[in-house]
Design a protein. Structure first.
Length: 264
């Protein structure tokens, strides 16, 4: 992995990579460099067969303050072409994380603002400390949460996402849990413990099966289960049942032994 300026990539446990945003002086706000590095790192980790789970965290007191305001100020005076290319790079990075074939977790403490909320939304699982707070704050600066909008809406629904975007109100971890922005809230001293417990659960599942889950569930929408969706699910389970991983999983269960993808 090339030398990184804004991230620290470490091994949290066997098969578990941690990507730590490391700009604590600006509360891990991201700029062009961090966006490019996040995109590249998740591409590399997603393709690494030795990596089973990826945790994204923020160094210091806060998870991420979202967009670096100096970056946004530069954008406000740049050409339309520069702005469009820059926005596309941001959109690509969020998509990279959201479509990563490995399970992803966001470990959130302190503030998660604007794009920082977006980062939590693109992860499969978000766990927060009870001192965390969240705000979709873009409208305060005369802009809007456009690129993170689809992920925010997927996470909490259209009315809640519209409320947060319009009001820019800061919500507590407890309210974030209530509306589905995060899935678990713990005390600060238990945050690492909670992340590690979820990681252990994830490592029990078959890695290929988890990749299949992410690919299949990305195609689901809330609403009627159409004949096309039923056929998609039937074709998928038919194909996956015949894989080596499935045969190993059933053999291990019936033989009362750990599957071969579980570290001993």
């Amino acid at each position: 992995m090339n030398e990184l300026q804004t991230l620290i990539v470490s091994r949290r446990a066997a098969g578990v990579a941690q990507v730590t945003m490391s700009r604590p002086a600006v509360f891990n706000a991201f700029d062009e460099v961090m966006i490019a590095e996040l995109d590249a790192v998740f591409a590399e980790l997603g393709a690494d067969p030795a990596v089973r789970v990826i945790v994204i965290a923020g160094e210091g007191k806060h998870f991420s303050a979202g967009a670096d305001l100096q970056w946004m100020q530069r954008a406000s005076t740049a050409s339309r072409e520069w702005n469009l290319n820059d926005a596309r790079r941001f959109a690509s990075m969020l998509s990279r994380i959201e479509t990563c074939p490995k399970p992803t977790l966001a470990q959130v403490q302190g503030a998660a603002l604007g794009g920082g909320v977006g980062l939590a939304c693109v992860c499969d699982i978000a766990i927060a400390s009870d001192n965390a707070s969240f705000a979709v704050s873009e409208a305060k600066f005369g802009i809007l949460p456009a690129v993170i909008g689809p992920y925010l809406t997927n996470a909490i629904g259209k009315r809640q996402s519209r409320r947060l975007a319009l009001t820019t109100t800061r919500i507590t971890a407890a309210e974030a849990l209530a509306i589905g922005l995060v899935q678990q809230v713990v005390t600060p001293d238990q945050l690492d413990v909670a992340i590690d417990a979820t990681v252990r659960d994830l490592l029990i599942g078959g890695p290929a099966a988890q990749s299949e889950i992410k690919a299949l569930y990305a195609q689901f929408h809330v609403g009627a289960v159409t004949p096309e969706v039923r056929e998609l699910t039937a074709q998928t389970i038919c194909r996956v049942r015949g894989t080596d991983e499935a045969r190993e999983g059933f053999s291990a269960f019936l033989g009362k032994r750990p599957a071969n993808w579980i570290s001993q």
